[in-house]
Design a protein around this ligand. Structure first.
Ligand SMILES: *[C@@H]1O[C@H](CO)[C@@H](O)[C@H](O)[C@H]1NC(C)=O
Ligand SMILES: *[C@@H]1O[C@H](CO)[C@@H](O)[C@H](O)[C@H]1NC(C)=O
Ligand SMILES: *[C@@H]1O[C@H](CO)[C@@H](O)[C@H](O)[C@H]1NC(C)=O
Ligand SMILES: *[C@@H]1O[C@H](CO)[C@@H](O)[C@H](O)[C@H]1NC(C)=O
Ligand SMILES: *[C@@H]1O[C@H](CO)[C@@H](O)[C@H](O)[C@H]1NC(C)=O
Ligand SMILES: *[C@@H]1O[C@H](CO)[C@@H](O)[C@H](O)[C@H]1NC(C)=O
Length: 416
């Protein structure tokens, strides 16, 4: 007799078989049409209570400097309805390594927008969520069918969907699992899931290349954001106990530090913080760490490990965030790694080894599969610092950080 789980696995295996050819960079139109006719979206539902929020909606726009976003008609108005994260930093340039970082806590040296398939022994936030069956999903505008793995769609003409803006599709640990693939859906599924009250507890939302400002500008993406969110903010099902984050992958200017305009909205923003600014130092890695702290999940043992937590969440867990002296911080290049093209980082074939024994900001240890896979190996970087740096290239070496613990003890350090 089949258990429910093995039946699901079996059915998942069947649709994987049907979708197998689509790991190609440019599948044929016939393959795309065949998959469109067969692959169904999958929308698991869960209700795992978090310390500070029960749902997290991560919305990313493209390539805009902080000041340019702050000067738009709509974004500051939206920020005023919630909490502006004034000191939030992207990880590097160009786009894809930032999306990658949001899912796996590392860039793996990626300094390009190439077609990458990251080996299955690299864990992601999907593995963190699965430890507690927290439903997750992605909504990628213009994705032709759930789990499409091609480089872009349509494959020619004006840009609509692009793979480089799809975090979880980069990982074999996701794409080798048919059920997980089907949780990567398009905007029609978003509105279906919204209407049927089956949105996941974590979702990543990528508007198309027009709406996210990539092929247009911040006026256009700001207007898109306003129209996308206005209706949703009136929807009690959507906003209840929810944190909605609007951020950017990176700044448009490469020569500056990479501080990006970011705000939080929704029913989970504490009343006393509404309309205020938070000066705490955050990065895209802080989101992973905050998700872990919120739901009692382990760390990936990568740069999420030492990342600061959302300030009021940190108060609840007792973690004390670091202050970072950002005057010489340039999060505009990444450390060496196997996904580098030798453009802004150095190519090196080895995959960075995560930490398996550090104590991380979220306070729930390291994911057990990470511990098992990398047991006995030395961590490649010092993942307990609140920002990434690389001693070999000198990237962000010499940056000072400190914090004052509750007993008055000051802890300070310099990346070296
Ligand atoms: C969105 O995905 C569905 C299948 O889930 C598909 O039928 C539809 O054509 C897709 N929409 C777009 C705009 O590609
Ligand atoms: C982007 O999405 C909008 C709908 O939100 C659609 O009207 C537009 O055609 C799409 N852009 C491209 C280039 O496909
Ligand atoms: C912004 O982009 C839109 C759409 O491409 C265009 O119509 C508009 O003129 C642009 N605005 C500026 C200030 O460049
Ligand atoms: C990062 O910023 C520094 C300081 O402006 C600059 O020297 C460096 O070239 C920038 N890196 C990239 C990849 O643009
Ligand atoms: C992880 O997978 C990559 C690619 O297959 C391999 O090079 C690496 O040695 C593996 N790491 C461990 C710790 O097994
Ligand atoms: C790594 O970072 C931690 C915390 O910021 C610091 O205490 C430690 O000295 C650093 N270790 C190394 C080897 O630099």
């Amino acid at each position: 007799m089949f258990t429910k789980q093995s039946l699901v696995t079996l059915l998942g295996g069947l649709s994987l078989a049907m979708a197998q050819t689509t790991t190609e960079e440019y599948p044929s139109l016939a393959e795309i049409r065949a998959a469109q006719a067969t692959v169904q979206p999958y929308s698991p539902v869960s209700n795992v209570k978090g310390l500070a929020f029960n749902r997290f909606v991560n919305i990313w726009l493209e390539n805009t400097d902080f000041d340019a976003a702050a000067a738009t008609e709509h974004l500051p108005v939206l920020a005023k309805k919630g909490l502006l994260l004034n000191n939030f930093w992207a990880i590097t340039h160009p786009s894809e390594p930032n999306y990658c970082a949001s899912a796996a806590g590392d860039t793996f040296g990626m300094d390009n927008d190439d077609f990458h398939q990251i080996p299955s022994n690299v864990s992601t936030i999907a593995d963190l969520f699965d430890t507690k069956n927290i439903a997750w999903g992605e909504y990628q505008e213009g994705l032709p069918y759930p789990g499409y793995q091609g480089y872009r769609y349509p494959e020619s003409g004006a840009n609509d969907y692009v793979r480089k803006h799809n975090p979880l599709i980069l990982f074999d640990s996701v794409t080798e699992d048919a059920l997980r693939l089907r949780q990567i859906k398009n905007f029609s599924s978003f509105y279906d899931d919204l209407e049927n009250h089956r949105l996941p507890q974590y979702m990543f939302i990528t508007p198309n290349m027009t709406n996210d400002g990539h092929d247009t500008n911040i006026t256009f993406s700001g207007d898109w954001t306003w129209s996308f969110l206005s209706e949703l903010l009136e929807n009690d099902y959507f906003t209840k106990d929810t944190l909605i984050m609007l951020t950017f992958d990176e700044t448009g200017t490469y020569e500056i530090g990479n501080n990006i305009y970011t705000f939080l909205l929704g029913g989970a923003v504490p009343d006393d913080l509404l309309g205020t600014k938070d000066d705490t130092f955050y990065t895209h890695y802080s989101v992973i760490a905050s998700l872990s702290a919120n739901w009692g999940l382990p760390s990936l043992g990568r740069w999420d490990c030492g990342a600061n937590l959302f300030s009021w969440l940190a108060k609840k867990t007792g973690y004390v965030n670091y202050e970072v002296d950002t005057s010489n911080l340039y999060m505009n290049e990444t450390h060496w790694g196997p996904l580098s093209d030798d453009d802004y980082s150095e190519y090196y074939a080895g995959w960075p080894v995560p930490t398996t024994d550090a104590s991380c900001s979220a306070g729930n240890g390291i994911l057990s599969t990470v511990k098992k896979t990398y047991e006995g190996l030395t961590a490649t970087f010092n993942y307990t610092t609140p920002f990434p740096y690389d001693s070999r290239s000198g990237n962000n070496v010499g940056v000072k950080y400190s914090r004052t613990l509750k007993n008055g003890k000051v802890e300070s350090g310099t990346s070296e």
